[in-house]
Design a protein around this ligand. Structure first.
Ligand SMILES: Nc1nc2c(c(=O)[nH]1)N[C@H]1C(S)=C(S)[C@@H](COP(=O)(O)O)O[C@H]1N2
Ligand SMILES: [Mo]
Length: 201
């Protein structure tokens, strides 16, 4: 059994443009923590990120190698399936386009895998085209361990369970394979604007 730890829902905001809030969501100024298990201890000296599977050239990067890639500041809205949204979150990291450029992907599906065993699946097309990042900074500081530090995935156009914390890599696949929450009945794709929370939505 995995325990779910939750942060507090801090006060709801009513001073926001409703056009920015997907159906069924409310805006919070807090930053809840949702983890299906304990926060792992990860040291950057041992950290690596790997892209493997259906690719022409699998690759593994060390932390120093990721830091040497062009970095970006990213300001986006995030939407959790438990109904909180947080607007204008500020991150720092590397575009997945940069990491995927050299590996020559063949498969059209991807599964992100994390320290601790969490996985989540996404179409490769949702990781390219400036829509997904490996992030290591949040709000001008290193990303906190409970929020996935040192490094997490950020895929803000899908519900936030797709943004794997403590991410270790991507496996590319020829056929789709459900990840952790998708296996337990969350929607396979998870578009917050179409309110794709659970399988069948
Ligand atoms: N490795 C890992 N990544 C994860 C999770 C998890 O349990 N383990 N939970 C997901 C869910 S359901 C959400 S809503 C977000 C929560 O991120 P936060 O704790 O930074 O708010 O992380 C996602 N990424
Ligand atoms: Mo979530």
């Amino acid at each position: 059994m995995m325990a779910i730890s939750r942060g507090f829902h801090s006060k709801r905001r009513s001073d926001v443009d409703p056009a920015r809030v997907p159906p069924g969501q409310y805006v919070t100024s807090g930053f809840p923590v949702l983890s299906a298990g304990p926060t792992p201890k990860i040291t950057l000296a041992d950290w690596t990120f790997t892209i493997r599977g259906a690719v022409g050239s699998p690759r593994t990067w060390t932390w120093d190698q990721v830091l040497a890639l062009p970095g970006e500041a990213i300001t986006v809205d995030i939407h959790c399936v438990t109904k909180w949204s947080k607007l204008d979150t500020r991150w720092h990291g590397v575009s997945l386009d940069t990491l995927l450029a050299g590996v020559h992907p063949r498969g059209e599906h991807a599964v992100a895998f994390s320290e601790g065993g969490y996985t989540t699946n996404l179409p490769l097309a949702d990781l390219t085209g400036g829509k997904a990042w490996l992030v290591h900074g949040y709000d001008g500081a290193p990303l906190a361990p409970e929020h996935g530090g040192p490094v997490r995935l950020l895929v803000p156009h899908l519900y936030f369970w797709k943004s794997a914390k403590w991410v270790q890599g991507l496996e590319l696949l020829d056929e789709d394979r459900p990840g952790f929450w998708e296996h337990y009945g969350y929607h396979n794709y998870g578009d917050p604007w179409r309110e794709q929370r659970y399988a069948g939505d």
